[in-house]
Write a protein that binds this ligand. Structure first.
Ligand code: CTP
Ligand code: MG
Length: 236
């Protein structure tokens, strides 16, 4: 039997940088909330066995949404993103096999295209480690010191922006995140934990429009990208 694909969606952040009254995953976007667009990409996908979303305990916004689907389970959130992911992975262990694939995807990335998702599954399903979606950097990049003085220009031909989903085996990712936490490292993505464990995740090129809504202007951008994506996908 081949390995199944599961999805973990960390959605227990407070959206500090967004500065809105409600956490950014609950902001309205083209007639639904951000998190509903994100979750619907996965729960309606025939290759995805199930989805675990990590939600802050007692989160009133999640309860108000009433989002339900047979493929959807919930877990508690944690202090940092990596804690929320770990809690969701523990939950997943009750239904998934240890070598099944897990795709971790930010709730705040509602513009993932179906093509990118399918491409990621196909590119990595036979890979020994797994990997992540991203895009090559197109701007020249500068490295600075603490006084914002430029001290270097790294070769951008090997630099990428790291997106999600990030896809790894359930047990390998769990072990890597636990080890990172024990070492006192707060990793901001799952690939970083795998790298710390000595693995080399594979970068898979995806669309630059798979943005993470982080700051106020990002919501308008996501509106545009999502409209374009929905038009494209309906035309198929
Ligand atoms: N996240 C989470 N648990 C946390 C922190 C973040 O599940 N303790 C989730 C967020 O809800 C988001 C994703 O991880 O979907 C990416 O994190 P980020 O963009 O940093 O979101 P926030 O932490 O909410 O935003 P900020 O850092 O600006 O406060
Ligand atoms: Mg954060």
């Amino acid at each position: 039997m081949s390995q199944k694909f599961w999805v973990v969606v960390p959605a227990a952040g407070s959206g500090r940088r967004m500065g809105s009254d409600i956490p950014k995953q609950y902001l309205p976007l083209n007639g639904r909330t951000v998190i509903e667009w994100t979750l619907s990409r996965f729960v309606e996908h025939p290759r995805i066995a199930g989805v675990v979303v990590a939600i802050t305990d007692g989160d009133p916004y999640w309860q108000d949404l009433g989002f339900k689907h047979p493929a959807l389970m919930t877990a508690s959130g944690g202090v940092e993103r990596c804690d929320s992911v770990l809690k969701a992975l523990q939950q997943l262990k009750q239904v998934a096999a240890i070598d099944d694939w897990v795709l971790v995807h930010d709730a705040a990335r509602p513009c993932l295209s179906r093509d990118d998702l399918d491409h990621l599954l196909d590119e990595l399903k036979d890979h020994p480690v797994g990997g992540l979606l991203g895009t090559p950097i197109s701007d020249t990049v500068k490295q600075t010191n603490a006084s914002s003085e430029v001290i270097g220009t790294p070769d951008r031909s090997q630099l990428w922006r790291a997106f999600t989903p990030q896809m790894f085996h359930l047990q390998m990712l769990t072990d890597a995140l636990v080890d990172a936490a024990r070492a006192g490292k707060v990793v901001t993505d799952d690939a970083s934990a795998m790298e710390l464990a000595g693995f080399r995740p594979k970068m898979v090129k995806g669309r630059a429009t798979n943005i993470k809504i982080t700051q106020p202007g990002d919501l308008q951008l996501a509106e545009l990208y999502l409209k374009q994506l929905n038009r494209e996908e309906q035309a198929k």
